[in-house]
Design a protein around this ligand. Structure first.
Ligand SMILES: *Cc1c(COP(=O)(O)O)cnc(C)c1O
Length: 389
């Protein structure tokens, strides 16, 4: 048994099972200990003064958080990974680390709602120029001398537009801007942002990494060029996560590839079924051939996850609510990536572009680990409830 996996073993599940653990460092126990810590003691004053030992204070990491960040950094191909208390915190810390007063920030309009709230409420207040761009157009024409960051998300939240990340990276790096990508949907299993030149990869580990609806966590994985900046801001802002949460996320990551690929297969199966239902106008899922960015998705992504939306052919909130209220297996709730299926009526009021495409209700589904035939029965009952209104 060796401590570090040799590089010839590149299978995702192999990596997920073996990375981030050094059993021989912990008497051979397979899992790392859960270290709950604030104070760490030093053997003498000189070592204390120099901080010359692996751990110095709870906020700066423990063997438990290190096991998780080692696993995540390997999966992301990152220089370093920083754990934060939520996916939203990963977004806010990364943006605060990347920008300063006077900078111009481009943000994709199909961004996660709370990200829009943060850039509008907080970044603008500190004199950062925020501009939203249409996910259906490129960013090249929008770059200015003071554009310092492009913030993107692919596919877009709720509406699933695929971004051309390679083109965004090329445009950004030509003007020394950094690219931040919220990669929560694809996860590094299906798309590795840093391999595509993205500088800062952002994930809500609350979703597939934690995978069980019981933990909030986010992480930021950086390349070499951005590590120092993000580390400084991360430390300045006093971010950390608990040993218990870090332990549980690592525990879930051992099975993440299995859960994700199963959820992918069920979601695609259900998406195709929905395409054939008479009540449906469109299914917004990039792995479907009818999706407008299917070719771009296929070129860059190794898979699709368990989250997609569909658009009803007609109706309004009344129809959307009738559908949702008739569901038994799909819970009505936020978040996703866990074992149970969820449905939500999507609100696109804050969008600036392409709103006319969504005049009828958009419903987002998170496909869990239930049997797909049962989920289809549940969805059919929901659609029947609209018919029976
Ligand atoms: C859920 C989500 C987040 C935020 O994660 P939390 O842990 O709930 O704060 C960020 N980005 C996307 C795309 C999400 O869906």
């Amino acid at each position: 048994m060796i401590n570090k996996l040799s590089t010839e073993f590149t299978g995702i599940s192999t990596q997920l099972v073996h990375s981030g653990a050094n059993p021989l460092e912990f008497f051979g126990f397979v899992n790392p200990p859960v270290v709950r810590a604030s104070t760490v003691l030093f053997p003498d004053a000189d070592i204390m003064k120099k901080g010359a030992q692996p751990y110095t204070y709870g906020i700066h990491g423990t063997p438990t958080t290190k096991a998780l960040t080692d696993c995540l950094s390997q999966l992301e191909g990152a220089t370093k990974t920083f754990l934060v208390p939520s996916g939203l915190a990963a977004i806010t810390v990364a943006l605060l680390g990347a920008l300063k007063t006077g900078d111009h920030l481009l943000v994709v309009d199909s961004v996660y709602g709370p990200t829009r709230r943060f850039v509008n409420n907080v970044l603008r207040k500190f004199g950062i120029e925020v501009e939203f761009y249409n996910p259906l157009s490129g960013v090249a024409d929008l770059l200015k001398p003071n554009t310092k960051a492009i913030y993107t998300e692919s596919p877009g939240s709720n509406t699933f537009e695929i971004q051309d990340i390679d083109a965004i990276v090329e445009a950004a790096h030509a003007t020394n801007a950094v690219v931040l990508l919220d990669n929560t949907w694809a996860t590094p299993i299906f798309f590795k942002p840093l391999e595509h030149g993205v500088d800062i990869s952002i994930n809500a580990a609350t979703k597939y990494q934690a995978g069980h609806s019981d933990i909030l966590m986010g992480y930021i994985s950086t390349n070499e060029a951005t590590t120092t900046r993000i580390e400084q801001t991360y430390t300045d802002l006093g971010m950390s996560v608990s040993g218990d949460d870090a332990y549980l996320v690592l525990r879930s990551m051992r099975s993440m590839n299995l859960r994700l690929t199963h959820q992918q297969d069920s979601a695609l199966f259900i998406a195709k079924w929905l395409e054939d239902q008479p009540e449906i106008l469109a299914v917004l899922h990039p792995a479907l051939e009818a999706h407008p960015h299917h070719a771009l998705w296929k070129q860059n992504y190794k898979g699709s996850s368990g989250l997609f939306s569909f658009v009803l052919k007609s109706g309004d909130e009344r129809e959307a609510h009738a559908f949702l209220d008739a569901l038994e297996l799909f819970g009505l709730g936020y978040s996703w990536g866990s074992f149970e299926s969820l449905a939500v009526h999507v609100n696109l009021e804050d969008r600036l572009f392409n709103k006319d495409q969504f005049q009828t209700p958009v419903i987002r589904l998170q496909i869990g680990l239930e049997e797909r035939d049962d989920l289809i029965k549940d969805l059919r009952n929901g659609l029947d409830a609209i018919k029976n209104l």
